[in-house]
Ligand binder design. Structure first.
Ligand code: ZN
Length: 86
């Protein structure tokens, strides 16, 4: 009876996958650096870009300090990739 077997199996899967999903969900908040990519941003008033390179031409005009943040965070701030980057 293959139908019954499939039902039992999906019950078990939910039991084991739910805690795993919860762990992944929360760890994405507590460990943003796990995302891997960090970018550089300028916090000047007219800055709306992020940069992969600290020595980027776009950052040389920056009036404030440059900050290193995770790419996801830069995107959440509404930043887009700088026009000088490759
Ligand atoms: Zn740039």
């Amino acid at each position: 009876m293959p139908k019954t077997r499939i039902l039992i199996r999906s019950d078990l899967n939910i039991k084991y996958i739910m805690p795993l999903l919860l762990v992944l969900f929360f760890s994405s908040f507590s460990m943003p650096l796990n995302e891997g990519t960090n970018v550089y941003i300028c916090k000047g008033k007219s800055s709306k870009k992020y940069h992969y390179k600290k020595a980027c031409r776009g950052l040389s005009n920056c009036s404030t300090k440059t900050y290193q943040v995770p790419l996801t965070e830069a995107r959440e701030m509404g930043r887009t990739l700088c026009g000088w980057e490759d």
